[in-house]
Write a protein that binds this ligand. Structure first.
Ligand SMILES: [Zn+2]
Length: 701
């Protein structure tokens, strides 16, 4: 299933009028003099960002001025292309800043982010609400039929015009002012949401000082907790955090129900503790401002505004689709509760299962039913081996070769860097950053320090891609041994990375992962299908001590257990997706009571009390701070596509079928956002997929 994965594609474009201090030692003001022009991280100081941003704003402002004062009549080249290639310094600095602020932040970066977010929003509005610029774009757009343009150019012209309209270009001066004010406020609020969430996640620790309180926990998990304590100078104790690799095993194995409750409550109350990090008022404000903005732009709700540009096109279609899956999944989740009750009864217990019991009893049932638990498979999923496995798949499918490089700058010692080549030709750089730390936000994502495109003269610019996860870290005596779920996450993010690495576009605005939200998970989720294929397991799933390949008996159990707990996984995900849709389908800017609203929504759908949504409102980073508003449904929407697309390989009897892989690369991975996603999919598959492939894939049929 799709976990806390998301993709960041932060391409900020911005401006300010503050005074600037341009220092000649600022690395952003020079070409990066490093292998493959990777950012020279060791030279970049926090003090370099602000001057680079300010100069970036100023440069782009000049470029825009040159476009609108051009005496020649508006053309594709002097308007659309010139706009596409403007703001290069800004893109350069904002990609580095955005990536670092997510994966390796500190007080200085957070302070810069607070300052730069509203400036960015203002700069973006200055461009998108510039009437002279809009009039030129409009003229080119209206003459599109008469121009000799490539398909990619047509698409970028269409996107540019529509994005300007959607940003408020066609509004009255008074309404433009209102939208600007809302954008400023929204950028400030989402920064605060993210900061509060990081503080809440780092602020809670379950500290255990008596060995008997560790009852039920496997040895590996205990030593991981001891390591955590040691790193916090609390030698001799054990610490569990709200990070998934620390929390989930505790919930699975700890026999201490009171402690499970304490830890999980710490998790699901994040941002809802009525303290200085509380996110309720912030969310209520964001939701309200989004509705106000949608109304000014002529939409009924924020969901209408967002989904119009997605594959789904309307919120009704999304609700209808989610409703169908919900109806199939809820009874399965209920039957899973019944199984838990049955087990509790048999053990002579009287308790009623609560949300902090789910993982514990599920683990027991899994053990009983399939004789399988995460601790049995971990030794076969050493992180380096899993990475080798995903590289093997990419090699078989696309002929890519990954070579470890130690001469390339990195932003943190944990980062491992690879050069990607094909037929001895450079394709791009891939950085992988796997372990949790307080400076990293939760979840997993893929981004890029530089996206693929061609420069204005047509020369190829190769991508520098980064994959970030929060996987189980190594301990003193063991390497990083992953759960199957974590192995899936690696393959997932690697799929996003391939989408960027194999992009073959001209214009930066449509390259790589610049596709609608409800299409972008196809390249990532399809990769998850290879994780458990026996042919692939044989290559990478080797015991970390003996090198023995994962025994067939375990593989069989894994396959059998594949659909286990699917009711829960589907329902907790859908509950979050529905919550997102309900917030963003509101059509009146009311003052929301967040707890009340959340309860009302979950009651309406009949969510059972044993399950909490995967994200409660106050820590739902995807929708308040990460571009997934009215878009969290995308993961399961894309599953229709990835389940069906993987069938295209299966049907040939060869999961590495080169012809199918070639078509997938040609029609989808290389195309970026240069075509309508629906057309891309049809070009690959020849037909439209239905919901059946998804239900079958999940065993919900
Ligand atoms: Zn993803």
């Amino acid at each position: 299933m799709k976990k806390a994965t998301f993709l960041i594609c932060i391409i900020l474009s911005t401006f300010s009028s503050c005074k600037q201090t341009v220092k000649s030692d600022n690395p952003f003001f020079r070409e990066f003099d490093t292998p493959f022009e990777v950012p020279p991280f060791e030279l970049i100081k926090p003090s370099h960002f602000m001057p680079a941003y300010l100069k970036g704003f100023e440069e782009q402002k000049k470029e825009i001025k040159a476009i609108i004062t051009n005496p020649d009549p508006p053309s594709f080249d002097n308007t659309i292309k010139a706009l596409e290639y403007s703001g290069q310094l800004l893109t350069k600095v904002s990609r580095v800043f955005g990536s670092l602020n997510s994966a390796n932040t500190n007080d200085s970066l957070q302070a810069i982010n607070r300052e730069v977010a509203p400036l960015t929003s203002k700069h973006r509005d200055d461009i998108s609400m510039n009437d002279s610029l809009f009039q030129r774009i409009k003229l080119v757009y209206e003459n599109m039929g008469k121009l000799r343009l490539t398909d990619e150019e047509k698409k970028i012209l269409d996107d540019t015009y529509k994005n300007f309209v959607r940003s408020g270009s066609a509004l009255s001066p008074e309404d433009k002012k209102k939208v600007r004010k809302i954008n400023q406020e929204l950028s400030r609020l989402s920064v605060r949401f993210g900061e509060n969430l990081l503080a809440e996640t780092n602020g809670f620790k379950l500290i255990i000082d008596k060995k008997e309180d560790l009852t039920g926990l496997p040895e590996g998990i205990i030593s991981q907790a001891a390591n955590m304590a040691k790193s916090l100078k609390m030698d001799g104790k054990w610490i569990f955090t709200l990070q998934v690799p620390s929390m989930t095993p505790f919930l699975q194995y700890s026999d201490r129900r009171d402690l499970r409750k304490k830890l999980f409550t710490g998790y699901f109350m994040k941002g809802d503790n009525d303290n200085q990090n509380d996110n309720k008022a912030i969310i209520a404000n964001i939701a309200k401002l989004r509705i106000e903005k949608a109304h000014i732009l002529g939409y009924n709700s924020h969901a209408d505004f967002i989904i119009e540009r997605n594959m789904a096109k309307t919120p009704e279609k999304v609700f209808d689709f989610l409703g169908q899956v919900w109806a199939a999944a809820l009874p399965v989740a209920k039957s899973e509760v019944t199984a838990q009750r049955y087990l509790i009864n048999r053990e002579g217990g009287k308790l009623k299962p609560e949300p902090w019991d789910w993982w514990y009893y599920t683990e027991k049932i899994k053990k009983e039913k399939f004789d399988l638990d995460d601790e049995v498979t971990r030794p076969y999923f050493k992180i380096d081996n899993v990475i080798d496995g995903m590289f093997y798949v990419a090699n078989q499918l696309y002929g890519l070769v990954f070579t470890k490089r130690t001469d390339i700058p990195k932003y943190q010692p944990d980062v491992v860097t690879f050069e990607v080549t094909r037929n001895n030709k450079h394709v791009g750089i891939l950085m992988i950053d796997n372990f949790p730390r307080p400076s990293k936000r939760g979840g997993a994502w893929c981004g890029a320090f530089r996206g693929q495109s061609r420069d204005i003269k047509g020369k190829m610019i190769s991508p520098v891609v980064t994959m970030v996860t929060n996987s189980t870290p190594p301990t003193d005596d063991k390497p990083a041994l992953l759960t199957l779920d974590e192995a899936n996450t690696l393959f997932h993010e690697f799929g996003h990375a391939l989408h960027q690495l194999l992009s073959n576009c001209t214009y930066p605005g449509v390259s790589g992962t610049s596709v609608p939200r409800d299409f972008v998970e196809l390249p990532s989720q399809i990769m998850e299908h290879w994780v458990l294929e026996p042919e692939v397991l044989k290559v990478y799933a080797k015991h970390y001590q003996t090198g023995e390949i994962i025994p067939e008996a375990i593989v069989e159990k894994l396959e059998k257990a594949g659909k286990f707990n699917i009711g829960f996984l589907t329902v907790e995900y859908l509950a979050a997706a529905l919550l997102d849709m309900e917030y963003h389908s509101l059509n009146e800017p009311v003052e929301l009571d967040i707890r009340e609203f959340e309860n009302k929504v979950l009651d309406k759908y009949g969510l059972i009390p044993e399950i909490k949504p995967r994200y409660r409102s106050t820590y739902f980073n995807h929708i308040w701070n990460s571009g997934y508003a009215a878009g969290y449904y995308s993961y399961i929407w894309c599953e229709i596509l990835d389940a069906d697309a993987f069938q295209a390989f299966k049907e040939t009897g060869n999961i590495f079928n080169k012809e199918v892989a070639g078509r997938f690369e040609e029609e989808i991975l290389s195309k970026g956002g240069t075509k309508d996603p629906f057309d891309m999919y049809i070009a690959f598959r020849g037909k439209e997929p239905g919901i059946d492939a998804l239900l079958e894939n999940r065993g919900l049929k």
